[in-house]
Ligand binder design. Structure first.
Ligand SMILES: [Zn+2]
Length: 342
């Protein structure tokens, strides 16, 4: 079968002809229909997320079950499925409590610690899979399992937003950012998109941003934000999490507001004034991906057409190198999709 393989960390991903996987005990073989390509793949390529190489990459996958291994009872051929990015134990207190991304026996990532979905077939543990509703296409499901499930977790479990509240998204035009905007909008928030790239302003307005604001290159833009727009926000989502964005994001919070960090860069330290925490009851928190239950909920929102996955570019599996270059150039508005199966 054709598969996108990373031979060694730091190298390029290449399309190779490899033997198709066989489903082991408790595993399911999936004919992949589509696989998303986001910046997480670039971090994986460099080795920053661990795992081992050579490896078939790709984790934002959706497809159709073609075969089940010994002991599998939950799935059968013909089922349409997507997968969690995380390999979790299913037994620890975090898994049992529905917070499986905090699993204390975490086994790594699909596409880095086990072979992933940028290939014609992938074999995965039956516990990784999530059913795809009939009304959701496989390319939509592939994207929603990461790019919409992540904001769904953020806005339901970490910083619940109520209709009419004001949500700012730093890095609104990025692959995660556009889906943060769409999800906040679907939850009834007024959305301020904070984006450096002026070329993305029109698309962000179409997506539901009430305001698109350009921070420019000043290291702390919070005072100018508040003066320009005449408001403070209830939730500020930071998809960048640099020293500049974290400092500025804290500076635009209103009373009882939440700074929600979803991206991270090593070593970005910020100063914190405890008066904001005590006198304004400001909350600073983070949000880590999504559980399989939340992936299922995100897929239901897509089926109901309350949130539309934003596909920025499409490539065939044979052009996976072009898909990587487009992702590395960070020019697509929304997620890049590689179409694989029929
Ligand atoms: Zn666990």
């Amino acid at each position: 079968m054709r598969a996108a393989v990373l031979d060694a960390f730091g190298g390029d991903v290449r399309l190779l002809d490899v033997d198709p996987p066989r489903p082991g005990i408790g595993e399911v073989l999936v004919a992949v229909g589509a696989c998303g390509v986001g910046l997480t793949l670039e971090r994986g390529r460099t080795g920053a997320l661990g795992g081992s190489a050579p490896r078939i990459v790709g984790h934002e996958l959706a497809g159709t079950v073609t075969e089940v291994g010994a002991g599998v009872t939950a799935w059968r051929p013909g089922d349409r499925v997507t997968s969690s990015f995380y390999l979790t134990c299913g037994r620890c207190r975090w898994c049992a409590g529905g917070r499986e991304t905090l699993c204390e026996n975490w086994g790594g990532f699909v596409g880095l610690h086990v072979d992933g979905g940028l290939a014609e077939f992938v074999a995965l543990s039956e516990h990784n899979l999530v059913h795809v509703p009939d009304g959701v296409r496989l390319d939509e499901a592939a994207i929603a399992a990461d790019a919409i499930a992540t904001p769904y977790h953020a806005f339901t479990a970490r910083a619940p937003i109520r209709p009419g509240q004001t949500v700012a998204v730093i890095g609104a035009g990025g692959g995660v950012g556009v889906h943060m905007v769409a999800t906040a909008r679907a939850f009834g928030a007024r959305v301020v998109g904070i984006e450096l790239d002026r070329g993305k302003e029109r698309r962000l307005r179409e997506l539901g941003c009430d305001v698109v604001w350009n921070p420019g290159d000043a290291p702390n833009w919070s005072t100018r934000f508040v003066e320009d727009l005449g408001l403070r926000v209830d939730v500020c989502v930071d998809t960048v999490a640099s020293r500049s964005t974290l400092t500025s994001g804290l500076g635009i919070l209103g009373r009882a507001a939440t700074l929600l960090v979803v991206g991270f860069q090593g070593g970005a330290l910020v100063e914190l004034d405890p008066r904001a925490l005590v006198l304004d009851e400001v909350v600073i928190t983070g949000s880590r991906y999504a559980s399989r239950a939340e992936i299922a909920a995100a897929l239901e929102l897509v089926e109901q057409r309350r949130i539309e996955p934003v596909i920025g570019a499409r490539f065939a599996l044979d052009d996976v190198a072009k898909a990587y270059r487009a992702m590395q150039a960070n020019e697509a508005f929304g997620r890049i999709v590689v179409d694989i199966g029929g």
